[in-house]
Design a binder for this molecule. Sequence first.
Ligand code: SF4
Length: 146
Amino acid sequence: MLDTLRKFARKKSPWIMHLPCGGCNGCDIEVVAALTPKYDAERFGVLQRGTPRHADILMVTGIVTAQVKDRLKRIYDLTPDPKYVFAFGSCAIDGDIFNEGYAFKGPLDQVIPVDIYVPGCPPRPEALIDGLVKLLNKIDLKQSIE
Ligand code: SF4
């Protein structure tokens, strides 16, 4: 019973930690826009958290740099299971225009496992919501396998 309640809460109220790793911050602005009343990502129960210990989803924007690589792994390890990683924007996926830079240590999925990819430079808030809905469906699938 408690397990069912937990699954229901996770599905209906995904708590997200936003991790801006680098890049130009354009993606971060779109993440913030998705939370405004115009796009209203909160209608899916989304709540932004400032600590990985309270997060279900890590939303990564920007490139993985030498500076953040180890921190990113540590934050991933600190996030309780089951956890999901959302790569938002082309920088998080493959480094985009920065992938030949000396500081690039990605792509993200070679550092931590990624569950959903939303490409774009930057993706629009609608794409974020679309990715979120796909991820929530994936959470259901994963949970039914458990
Ligand atoms: S994907 Fe584009 S908008 Fe997003 S951080 Fe990279 S360069 Fe900026």
